[in-house]
Design a binder for this molecule. Sequence first.
Ligand code: GTP
Ligand code: MG
Length: 553
Amino acid sequence: MAKRSVKTRKTATKKGAAPKAKATRKSATPKRARRRARPKAKATTKSATPKRARRRARPKAKATRKSTPRKRATAKRHVTPKAKATRKSAPRKRATAKRHVTPKAKAVRKSAPRKRATAKRHVTPKAKAVRKSAPRKRATAKRHVTPKAKAAQKPTKKVAQRRSPVTAKGEFDFNAWLLPSLELEQYEPNVEPEVGVKDQIKGSTRYAWIGTGQCGGRLVKSFHDLGYKKVLAVNTTHHDLDLLDIPQNQKFQMNIGGKGAGKDMERGRGAIQQYQQEILHLTRQTFGSQVDHIMVCFGAGGGTGGGSATGLIEIAKRYARYIGLTEPDKKVGAIMTLPTVGEASSPLVAQNAHDVASELSQMAAKGKISPLIIIDNEKISKLYPGMTVKSFWPSINNTVAGLFDIFNRVSALSSRYTSFDPVDYHSIMEAGSCAIMGLTRVNKFNDKFAISQAVKRNLEKTLLASGFNLATAKVAGCIVVGGKKLMAEARGLQDNINYAFDVLSEITGKATIHRGIYEDNKHSIRVYTIIGGLDAPTQRLEELLSCAAVHVG
Ligand SMILES: Nc1nc2c(ncn2[C@@H]2O[C@H](COP(=O)(O)OP(=O)(O)OP(=O)(O)O)[C@@H](O)[C@H]2O)c(=O)[nH]1
Ligand SMILES: [Mg+2]
């Protein structure tokens, strides 16, 4: 643009020579000619100025140019009316013309395109000065962040600047995209299953045991002796707990003041209410998460056991849910003992036993617990008379634990004859209602009816509780264990065993009988029976109540 203006000036000077002559002839020219010559005469006047004046004028023009660049730009854009007309008629052409570059310029452009780009971004000295004085301020103002945010941004920014994560092919390069390490990465999520106390049993089902009151504590101790190490004993008195030979951290005293519940079930209820959180925590800690079924053990008749049983069942269900067991109602059961006639002569004990046994029977009937295994102390005391005081409770408890264990253990074993599968076993344990267990020893096995007769005759006798209507059973398990030699040599034994199974099916009102035939090294045949899905022994429970009424009266 500057070049252009200089050119214009040059032209004016050149042309100035002719008008100079014309001016000399001024007086001689006619009026019209003079009018035409007037603007030219101006130029002539310019050219006619003395050299010094011209020199003075030139720097002035330069100064004006420098000081008022805007004005000059406007001046540049000035167009004559003629040019305007031309523009109107062909505006496009003119725009093109503006952008028109000479071949020389083109060559320059090609050789140094960067230079031109720089030229485009040309800034005035004033602007430069402003930029220099406050360039930081502008940048800071734009990217203003709090010091905290700055610290957080730093690593990300660095990473982002390293290398573009998108390759030339447009693919995402994960190696280039290095994410900063986050704080939570330092913490390992606990994906390991909680083991709790380790079991030493190899049954098909992993049991956890909670015993409450003296009876419950002693029962879980018997299971502990067999290898079921996931046991907890709770009581309102430390005296009973102190006598239990199980790890100290598997005992919990519900301190309600005094020495236990004193056959008052309300005190037992209050105790479990008060300590439910602590006990739930202890179950998680002791049992871990590797448990399939939880059993609550207690003696109906006592204040602690009877009063806390239902509360503990709820805690057991909460624990079951916590470890992810589906259908906790089917995974929480109870082993409840009924008092001897002698004990029931105490009206309070009889009433307690009746109340809690009725409550749990109803829960079992509704499928809220599974199973409810009833152990009748009175029946056992008659079955095995002559026991010493010292051996009385331990014998009963060990028999209960041993019998229970047989079904669990056998169901984990495969037999070359007939296997009692874990599924068979679980169908009994999850059938709801009441369950009873018993065992029969068969001495005569050569006779065709010997085994079936033994089963038929002895079944009711040998079960650990009475008063049940066996015809109400839904499912049962019958396991026959015979000596190796007998299995190999006794003729017709298979038929005799099958007949025994059929007899059991008849007795139990066509309940599903899951069979198992196993061998051991003894020279005998034993039949283990578990009958599930039974109605509650209402008659036996009514006896307890009548007992209480008689004594209260
Ligand atoms: N099978 C069996 N039954 C027991 C045993 N100990 C007690 N019982 C029965 O359980 C019933 C309740 O007795 P406890 O367990 O001593 O009572 P508790 O739950 O401790 O209640 P309180 O003593 O009142 O605090 C008794 O009437 C007995 O019939 C035992 O070791 N085995
Ligand atoms: Mg007690």
